[in-house]
Design a protein around this ligand. Sequence first.
Ligand SMILES: Cc1cc2nc3c(=O)[nH]c(=O)nc-3n(C[C@H](O)[C@H](O)[C@H](O)COP(=O)(O)OP(=O)(O)OC[C@H]3O[C@@H](n4cnc5c(N)ncnc54)[C@H](O)[C@@H]3O)c2cc1C
Length: 218
Amino acid sequence: MQALSSDVRVLANQRLGSGCFLLSFERAGLVFQTGQYLSLRVPGSREQREYSIYSGEAEAQLTVLVKEVDGGLVSQRLAGLLPGDLIHVDGPFGYFTLEPARVTGKPLLFLATGTGISPFHSFVATRPDLEYTLLHGVREVADLALSCGFAPGRVITCVSRENGGTFHGRLTKRLVTMPISPETHAFLCGNCDMIYEAFDLLRAEGVSSDQIYTEVYF
Ligand SMILES: Cc1cc2nc3c(=O)[nH]c(=O)nc-3n(C[C@H](O)[C@H](O)[C@H](O)COP(=O)(O)OP(=O)(O)OC[C@H]3O[C@@H](n4cnc5c(N)ncnc54)[C@H](O)[C@@H]3O)c2cc1C
C-alpha cells in the first residue's frame, strides 16, 4: 500500500448542499481501499482531522466531502482552500472497507447521516455493480444533494426537520419499518447517536454484531 504524508495541490472546491463542500486534491500516487479515510490539515497549522475518501479507487484525484461545522477549527480552514493552494495529507487509514467476505452474495445495507454518505459514494464509484440499499438521513431538504451519484431506486432519503425526501423523519424511524434479513451485512457511518440506535435495531432483528461495521464521525 502506497501511503502519503505530504503537501499536495488543491484542484477544486465545490459547494454541495447546505454548508458542505467537495474538496479535490492531487492523489500523488496514494493507494487506498474504498472506505478508508485521510487525515488532513492546512500547512502551517497543527490541527488535523479525519475525512473519509469520497472518490473511487480508480479516480485520478482524491476527493473528500466536508461539512463546514460552525466554529469548527479545521473544516472552516478547509472550506477556504482554493485551487492551487496546498493541503497536507496523511493516510490512508481505517478498516471500514468492502472485504469480499463482507459483501459477496450478502444483502447490503448502508446507513449514513449527513457527510457519512462519503465512504458509500466511494464504494459505489469503485464497485458500480454493487447491490445495496442506502438510507441517508439529513436535516434539511438542501442536503438531499449529498446523495447525488447513487442509483435513485437504491436510496431512501430521510429528512428530519423539513418536508421532503422519501421519508419525513429520522433514519432510524424509517429503519424500524423495514424487513431486515439476519443475513444482512450493515455499514453504519456518521453521527454516533444514529449508529448506537441503528446497531441496537439491527441486533434486535437478528443481525450478528460481526456483520455490522461502523465509522463514527462525532
Ligand atoms: C474516521 C472519521 C472520518 C470522518 N470523515 C468525515 C467526512 O468525510 N466528512 C466530514 O465532514 N467529517 C468527517 N469526520 C469528522 C471530522 O474529522 C471533524 O471532526 C469535523 O470536520 C469537525 O472538525 P472541526 O475541526 O471543524 O471542528 P472542531 O473544532 O473539532 O469541533 C467542533 C464541534 O463540531 C462537532 N462536529 C464534528 N463533526 C460534525 C458534523 N459533521 N456536524 C455537526 N457537528 C460536528 C464536534 O463534535 C465538536 O463538538 C470524520 C471523523 C472521523 C473520526
